[in-house]
Design a protein around this ligand. Structure first.
Ligand code: CP
Length: 297
């Protein structure tokens, strides 16, 4: 089984992953995580930069007893022009148990999954999807609220370039949540509802802020220093209009002082950003168990 898109997840797998990740989260905290995949090998193939996803897949694999092999893409034969397909064939011939891929091109994970016999997990493909991020976001919210039924999640910022937003917009409604998306007009996908950031955040139960992906922008945003935070960022004043027990999420990396103010990012009561990172390891443990053939409890 591959994990390429939220669309390919059955309801049973989705619920199993969220439940299993929350169990793994508590097991890791209490030192009870068992190395159940001790005979397996994980390959990490990251063409784009990553801290959280790369390290959490490696940590999850180690906690499950797997060996981890990471291709240093910049020092590899990719630099001599080897294609994605030939790289996939080459790595597949080494018979990994699971391959995790991040790539700048939409559809890259699917292309590799079509070549490899081993299960492939999408760790982010271009602006398309980041399914394990959405799953860990959902598990973080379910652990906090108990259920997402009837909850409203505001996703704000650079929606146009965000694979995190795309995967969450598919997953969260399946769990009963209403998703509102908002951001600067230049950073909204064509046809998205024209909601202001203030309207999206008002009364929301969770506010997920997204990084402005300047590396994917064709034209400069042209914002003056401090302007983005003032017009679109999550400040204590904007957060005050959300539900009284509203929580704050950010997939990272954060542009502090741009899409999120320091006081909000570091708010011990409201910010679940560190919990997202911790849940990232737990969710990737659950995903590795699922695709490596272990049953999800
Ligand atoms: N959330 C996320 O994908 O972070 P990294 O780019 O650091 O992996």
């Amino acid at each position: 089984m591959d994990l390429i898109s939220i669309d390919s997840l059955s309801d049973a797998d989705r619920d199993g992953l969220i439940g299993r990740a929350i169990a793994c989260f508590e097991d890791v905290r209490s030192g009870k995580a068992a190395p159940a995949l001790g005979d397996r090998i994980l390959f990490n193939l990251f063409y784009e930069k990553s801290t959280r996803t790369l390290m959490s897949f490696a940590t999850a694999a180690h906690r499950l007893g797997m060996a981890v092999v990471t291709l240093p893409v910049e020092q590899s034969s990719v630099g001599k022009g080897e294609s994605l397909a030939d790289t996939a064939r080459t790595l597949g011939a080494m018979r990994p148990s699971v391959l995790v891929i991040r790539h700048q091109q939409n559809g890259a994970a699917e292309e590799v999954a079509d070549i490899l016999e081993a299960p492939v997990i999408n760790a982010g493909d271009g602006t398309n999807e980041h399914p394990t991020q959405a799953l860990l976001d959902a598990a973080t919210l379910v652990r906090n609220f108990g259920s997402l039924e009837g909850k409203t999640v505001a996703i704000c910022g650079d929606i146009r370039h965000s694979r995190v937003a795309r995967s969450n917009a598919k997953l969260l409604p399946r769990l009963g949540a209403t998703v509102r998306v908002a951001g600067p007009a230049k950073l909204m996908p064509d046809g998205a509802p024209a909601l202001s950031v203030d309207e999206a955040i008002a009364g929301a139960d969770a506010v997920m802020m997204l990084r402005v992906q300047r590396e994917r922008l064709e034209d400069e945003l042209g914002d003056a220093p401090g302007e983005y935070l003032r017009l679109y960022g999550l400040t204590p004043e904007r957060l005050a209009s959300a539900a009284s027990d509203a929580v704050v999420l950010h997939p990272g990396p954060m542009n502090r002082g741009v899409e999120i103010a320091d006081e909000v990012a570091d708010d011990r009561e409201r910010s679940l950003i560190a919990t997202q990172v911790e849940m990232g390891v737990a969710m990737r443990m659950a995903c590795l168990e699922l695709v490596a053939g272990k049953s999800v409890a």
